[in-house]
Design a protein around this ligand. Structure first.
Ligand code: APR
Length: 313
């Protein structure tokens, strides 16, 4: 029997993710949204692409959670997207309520699922999902680092005119202005990138990576990125459903690793059938460690604001 993957939110990121997973063919897909007809229409449209793209998987849309029952992986993309001039943090309270409600439904119908969070502000929404689900940290994981790393690798590939496949990099930290591109671990065909690009230019590329989300928002004007985010989610789903044990940068709850505790921060992790199977501990430079601490402090700030709001009712 095929695995089952539910995607909550049939908007840009959710629908693109659904398409990527459906086309892989290894899982049946359920697409959920509150807008009547939207998930059903998109799912049927994708299903009808099956004969052409060669997928025998099923994909259905729903406005309720009964059809999602027994999902192996649930990807949560529901929420409002960032508009130009809006910071990720402006989204905090609206998306907090949405993620809380969705997570409770997910847990009710798929108590053994692994949840992947995509909604922004990412790290804060991971905290909401963890608390609302009561799941162990192994089963609540955020997508952010793959996207940030993919942007960094893209810009390096453009600069060096080298295949993206031969560029190894990690971007850690929070998914926001405090992300931490690890220049020291970035190699091109095994050669450290700092040997290939002068520091001043590398700094510009790092900055473009940090501003990568905003760059797309400014171009699109009516929404935020979705092709690359969906690609990142699909890579995580592959690793979990196919038990690939890939090492990918994801947001997970740290339990003392990197000197941080009880905070979701982007770090390299091993993803497999059990979800988070291992946190990979890289040795960071003093500067990188300071940047990661700063990133963690930014996440802590959001968590504190959310807890205050929750306590106030
Ligand atoms: N339950 C289910 N779906 C919901 C709910 C809910 N409670 N609330 C909103 N939605 C749906 C909306 O109806 C919409 O179809 O979530 C979808 C969001 O889609 P878009 O507005 O197209 O947003 P998108 O670009 O997909 O981004 C989604 O991912 O990358 C992040 O920052 C981005 O937080 C945003 C999220």
């Amino acid at each position: 029997m095929r695995k089952k993957v539910t995607i909550v939110g049939a908007g840009q990121v959710g629908a693109t993710t659904a398409q990527r997973i459906f086309e892989r063919g290894y899982a049946d897909v359920v697409l959920v949204d509150i807008v009547e007809g939207l998930p059903q229409g998109k799912a049927l449209d994708m299903l009808e692409s099956g004969p052409v793209v060669g997928s025998d998987a099923s994909i259905i849309g729903a406005n309720s959670y009964e059809p999602t029952a027994g999902s192996d992986v649930v990807v949560i993309t529901s929420g409002i997207a960032r508009r130009p001039g809006m910071s990720r943090d402006d989204l905090l309270f609206t998306n907090m309520g949405i993620i809380d409600g969705v997570t409770k439904q997910v847990v009710k119908h798929s108590p053994n699922s692994i949840i992947i969070i995509v909604t922004n502000p990412l790290d804060a929404m991971c905290h909401v999902a963890l608390e609302s689900s009561g799941f162990p940290r192994e089963r609540v994981i955020g997508q952010s680092g793959i996207l940030d790393t993919a942007r960094f690798r893209t810009f390096l590939s453009m600069e060096l005119k080298t295949s993206v496949r031969d560029i190894q990099a990690y971007v850690l930290g929070g998914h926001g202005d405090t992300m931490v591109p690890l220049v020291g671990y970035t190699t091109v065909g095994g050669v450290p990138v700092s040997n290939l690009i002068p520091k001043a230019r590398l700094d510009q590329i790092v900055q473009r990576t940090r501003d990568g989300g905003g760059e797309i928002v400014n171009l699109l004007k009516t929404g935020s990125a979705y092709y690359a985010p969906a690609a990142g989610v699909a890579e995580m789903v592959d690793s979990i459903v196919l038990d690939q044990k890939r090492i990918l940068p994801c947001a997970v709850l740290l339990n003392g690793e990197y000197g941080l505790r009880n905070l979701f921060v982007g770090v390299p992790v091993k993803l497999g059938a059990k979800g988070l199977e291992q946190v990979i501990q890289l040795k960071l430079s003093a500067e990188e460690e300071a940047m990661l601490k700063k990133s963690a402090a930014a996440v802590q700030e959001l968590v504190d604001v959310m807890h205050k709001k929750k306590a106030a009712g």
